[in-house]
Write a protein that binds this ligand. Structure first.
Ligand code: FES
Ligand SMILES: [Fe+2]
Length: 532
């Protein structure tokens, strides 16, 4: 049964990647040229502009549409739209004013506080059971700076692990100091309070806005001048004929490097060859912008006779590819959450809507989440090592500010990448931390750490932890089975000895299979599938 489910799930995940693959025609072979001969030579096209994402961006977008069919130089980063060479063209982007998803609710532990670093700020998040709300505070006790995330939840309050001070989650007020003199009122000044951040649950995700909630205003995000990044593309998992899978992982590269990888469909046949795709499918993707980069993001489309793939980027960190194919549509959406310079969390959601679902929808809804995570983790293992090295090389080569000199983009398949980098520079204040901190990030993480799923996912995921615990228990029972089999085979005679021996072998094989699954869940393959 498990094997059957795994095969079905594999098909879905492969379908996800295949749906994002090119089916267009190859460019004509490049002809030699004294000037360097880019592949786009002679193939000039103009963006199809159907209007900016919002009225305020109208003027700048309309005036910034330029021809990108550059014959010899390819796509020029930061020149796809009219970005001045110096100075900022747009008001400074306020990264702190946005809402960020930090974890799928289905994977979080409501019994314990947990930590998360968002935009360089250490946070503690916990579930306030009496008030039925998620809470978020700076992960630093006002007493002597111990991390509150190492403590526990008591009646909806978070308790510091060091001296037991407690804080409630709506204002951060101190509700207990075990060392205080009896009958003495607790301190009420701000120095005795935890620093609270707005936190809410939407669409099955926990969201945080990294600006301290001094006004105690919750929800919406409208007060910051930007809408909360909540999307309508996903579907309710209860909707007929649709199934949704959530996953997440922390990655050792910057938000922009992660974003670039996920928006780039052209790498799938190469990077994921042997796991979810094939090199034979690598082709030219005639990407077309339907809404070029503006302060709110961009939209583009790829279309051929078999499918239509729409791609959307919404500032600052949301993207999705929506593929419509015969019999179903598939949305692969990703949030690239900036944790700190050189580190990000990917939160992914795949939604498949079948024209006629039938029993397959019911079957897919029964796939355990840990198995979905196993496939998602292994899929990202294909990219993880070279993305980390690429990220640190970008840093060593002068940081993202030098990308126009260091990236060479001769084909239109890099159009979304160029548009994204344009957004970062023109509207995104050079990213969450500017370019400078990234320039110092040159040290490489050991390969074994990059392949380790435990720290990057499992310790944050209740579903995977539970699955590993169950596997461990099963192995314990099977060990007893092996032992009994050995005793039976050595002490009994005739058929009973054979039965005992057979049982022992079956238990040993089951143990080996469970160990292999356990290993695959915890670690990525040393050699990626594409190179085997
Ligand atoms: S450091 Fe938190 S109670 Fe002392
Ligand atoms: Fe998991």
């Amino acid at each position: 049964m498990r094997l059957c489910l795994a095969v079905v799930l594999s098909c879905i995940l492969c379908a996800r990647l295949r749906a994002l693959q090119p089916h267009g025609r190859l460019f004509p072979s490049p002809s030699p040229s004294k000037t360097g001969g880019g592949l786009l030579k002679g193939m000039r096209h103009r963006y199809g502009v159907s209007g900016p994402l919002d009225a305020s961006a109208s003027a700048s977008v309309a005036s910034s549409v330029v021809d990108v069919g550059v014959p010899t130089g390819g796509i020029q980063l930061h020149e796809v739209v009219d970005v001045p060479d110096s100075g900022r063209a747009a008001p400074s982007f306020d990264w702190m004013a946005h809402w960020y998803p930090i974890a799928p609710v289905s994977c979080t532990d409501k019994e314990r506080p947990f930590s998360f670093t968002l935009l360089n700020q250490p946070l503690v998040i916990w579930w306030d059971e009496p008030k039925q709300e998620w809470r978020c505070a700076l992960d630093r006790c006002p007493h002597r700076m111990a991390p509150l995330s190492e403590g526990r939840i008591v009646e909806g309050n978070v308790e510091c692990p060091y001296h037991g001070w407690r804080f409630e989650g709506s204002t951060g007020g101190c509700t207990a100091i075990p060392q205080a003199q009896p009958d003495t009122p607790l301190p009420i000044g701000t120095r005795a309070c935890a620093t609270i951040f707005p936190c809410q649950e939407q669409q099955g995700l926990v969201w945080v806005r990294p600006t301290p909630d001094t006004q105690q205003q919750h929800g919406g995000g409208a007060e910051a001048g930007w809408p909360a990044m909540l999307t309508s593309e996903t579907v309710d998992s209860e909707q007929p004929n649709a199934v949704t899978f959530d996953s997440f992982r922390d990655v050792p590269y910057d938000y922009a490097t992660l974003f670039e990888n996920l928006i780039d469909q052209s790498h799938v046949p190469i990077t994921h060859h042997g796991s979810a795709s094939s090199r034979k499918k690598a082709k030219h993707l005639p990407l077309r912008m339907t809404r070029p980069a503006s302060e709110r993001g961009f939209e583009g489309v790829y279309e051929d006779s078999e499918e239509r793939v729409e791609t959307v980027f919404r500032a600052p960190m949301y993207q999705h590819h929506n593929a419509t194919r015969k019999g179903y549509s598939l949305t692969a959406l990703h949030y690239c959450v900036p944790m700190e310079p050189g580190r990000a969390r990917i939160i992914g959601r795949i939604t498949v809507k079948f024209d006629n679902g039938g029993p397959v929808v019911g079957l897919l809804r029964r796939v355990p989440l840990w198995l979905v995570h196993l496939f998602a983790l292994r899929s990202l293992d294909d990219d993880n090592i070279f993305l980390h090295v690429q990220d640190r090389r970008i840093a060593a080569a002068g940081g993202p500010g030098k990308l126009p000199q260091n990236y060479y983009l001769p084909t239109a398949t890099d159009l979304y990448v160029a548009q994204f980098r344009t957004w970062v520079k023109k509207w995104g204040s050079n990213g969450p931390w500017g370019f400078e901190p990234l320039e110092g990030l040159t040290k490489l993480t050991p390969r074994s750490e990059l392949l380790n799923h435990v720290d990057s996912h499992i310790i944050h995921c209740t579903q995977c932890l539970k699955a590993l615990k169950t596997m461990n228990s099963l192995k314990g029972y099977l060990r007893v089975g092996v032992l009994l089999g050995i005793i039976g085979a050595s002490r009994l005679a005739g058929k009973m000895a054979w039965y005992s021996g057979g049982g022992m072998v079956a238990c040993a094989m089951a143990m080996a299979a469970i160990s292999a699954i356990e290993n695959a869940l915890k670690y990525g393959p040393e050699i990626p599938m594409r190179n085997k």
